[in-house]
Design a protein around this ligand. Structure first.
Ligand SMILES: Cc1cc2nc3c(=O)[nH]c(=O)nc-3n(C[C@H](O)[C@H](O)[C@H](O)COP(=O)(O)OP(=O)(O)OC[C@H]3O[C@@H](n4cnc5c(N)ncnc54)[C@H](O)[C@@H]3O)c2cc1C
Length: 454
């Protein structure tokens, strides 16, 4: 007889672990099994510690402005140890004409910034008079139409910092569904934002969150509770009489409820036999190049910088890690984590570690006074890429709806479905858990205005 569980979750990344957490918190007696292909939990969330340096293969933090992630942190006690870097206290930089320029953080600073010409600043207000276009547009087309062409390098920086993507290919409806809804509702983004701000009152800027052991502390904490079978890649999911059969190489499991908590392309492959097959979407892979310097390095105070493509830099940007969170480098040392590759430059990931380190150092020292070469270096190459929600993405959501609404007991969440950020994953996992606990059918999230902080 196949082994039976009340709920089976495929994937012990942040999505699968969060779904298990929210289910267990509300219904501790539920019998849940997680099947994970790797020998460790966490998927893309993975931290690196060596010689007193603490760096990240994947995410470096998430904002504390999301209800689901706040609940998860307080329910696990992680809120008591979380490290916070409030956005209001930190500046961010963009590479502009070969130097680092502070991003304006307030309307007066926007008026003074050299990042836009006086005409470019005035053109931002053009948004108030531009009728919303109904058709799907790329992020670049949309931004240029609403705010003028001068804004594009800043949009590029924002998209590089979140998707490592290409703003000419990503779909605005997929990347910022909340902003699009606001634009259509109010007739203009600025009008919509003003109305929303009035209704919500003046809010504090959120804080970037991490943990003393890095982001991995979040997933190892979540993984300490549930029943997880490692080294168990799921090869097929089939439908029996009122039950799901989950097949690994050696075992078949039965369940009434299966949560597929995988990145989009994995889900497309695993569920291909249940719906018209769709082709895989592009992903953007990144390597983190962690460089430690003595305190002679004059790293400007702030989160870090991003470089738009037109600046022709080697690195997409760098995080000033020691400024953001304590415990990232030994006493008297500073750590920067530069990011390389992305949607536009996958070929750079083919370079050797030595070459990457040397090219990154050359690039950084043109922007930041670095009198000495790095005293520590490490290249972290993650396995997976960031799913690119490019033009045509709505067809994927239709495919997902078709499956979730047509097949009882099947739930889908994970990297690229309903967003790509950690907050998106925890929020969607909570919604899936709530749907299962309340036995209601699959519904799409109401689009939310997600602030772009990069
Ligand atoms: C380089 C990088 C930087 C990022 N930076 C940030 C950031 O700063 N802030 C932020 O908010 N977000 C960031 N993200 C996004 C964040 O990492 C993701 O939102 C999140 O980790 C996705 O979690 P997931 O569980 O959905 O997917 P994954 O992390 O991909 O986990 C999926 C899990 O499923 C397992 N699996 C796959 N196939 C099978 C199978 N057939 N059977 C069983 N198990 C399987 C995998 O081994 C993995 O453990 C970044 C992502 C990357 C790649």
């Amino acid at each position: 007889m196949p082994e039976t569980h009340e709920i089976i979750i495929v994937g012990a990344g942040l999505s699968g672990l969060s779904a298990a957490h929210f289910l267990h918190t509300s219904a501790p007696d539920l019998d849940i099994l997680i099947l994970e292909q790797d020998g460790r939990p966490g998927g893309a969330v993975r931290s690196f510690q060596e010689q007193g340096y603490l760096a990240e293969w994947g995410p470096h933090g998430f904002l504390d402005n999301n209800e689901a992630s706040r609940a998860l942190l307080s329910q696990t006690g992680l809120d008591r140890v979380a490290q916070k870097a409030p956005l209001g206290n930190f500046v961010r930089y963009v590479c502009h004409e070969g130097r680092l320029v502070q991003l304006p953080q307030s309307p007066p600073a926007l008026l003074a910034t050299p990042l836009l010409s006086p005409l470019g600043k005035l053109r931002l207000l053009g948004d108030l008079f531009k009728k919303p276009r109904a058709e799907e547009q790329s992020v670049g087309q949309w931004a240029a139409y609403r705010f003028g062409h001068e804004i594009l390098p800043l949009v590029d920086a924002a998209i590089t910092g979140t998707f490592a993507g290409d703003y000419e290919r990503l779909s605005i409806d997929a990347v910022m569904p909340g902003v699009r809804a606001l634009e259509k509702e109010a007739g203009s983004v600025l009008k919509g934002l003003l109305r929303k701000k009035k209704a919500a009152g003046a809010g504090m800027l959120p804080a970037m969150t991490s943990f003393p052991q890095g982001m991995e502390q979040l997933v190892t904490t979540l993984a300490s509770g549930p029943n997880i079978l490692y080294h168990s890649p799921v090869q097929a999911i089939s439908r029996g009489n009122d039950t799901w059969e989950i097949h690994t190489e050696t075992t078949t499991y039965r369940t009434a409820t299966v949560i597929v908590a995988l990145p989009i392309n994995r889900t497309l492959a695993l569920l291909a036999s249940h719906a018209p097959p769709l082709t895989a979407i592009p992903t953007a892979r990144i390597a983190t190049v962690a460089l430690g310097f003595t305190d002679k390095a004059q790293v400007p105070f702030g989160f870090g910088y991003l470089a738009p493509e037109r600046e022709n830099r080697f690195a997409m940007g760098a995080l000033f890690s020691t400024h953001m969170f304590s415990g990232r480098a030994p006493q008297g040392r500073v750590l920067m984590e530069a990011l390389v590759g992305g949607r536009r430059h996958p070929e750079r990931l083919e370079l050797s570690d030595e070459e990457l380190i040397s090219r990154i150092y050359d690039d950084l020292k043109k922007l930041i006074p670095l009198p000495e070469p790095p005293c520590f270096s490490k290249v972290l190459r993650g396995d997976g890429g960031i799913p690119q929600l490019e033009m045509g993405y709505p067809a994927l959501l239709t495919w997902k709806d078709f499956l979730e609404q047509g097949l009882d007991g099947l739930h889908i969440c994970g990297f690229g479905w309903e967003g790509i950020g950690m907050n998106d994953m925890m929020k969607t996992a909570k919604e899936v858990a709530d749907r299962i606990l309340h036995r209601v059918g699959g519904t799409r999230q109401t689009p939310e205005v997600r602030p772009v902080y990069f």
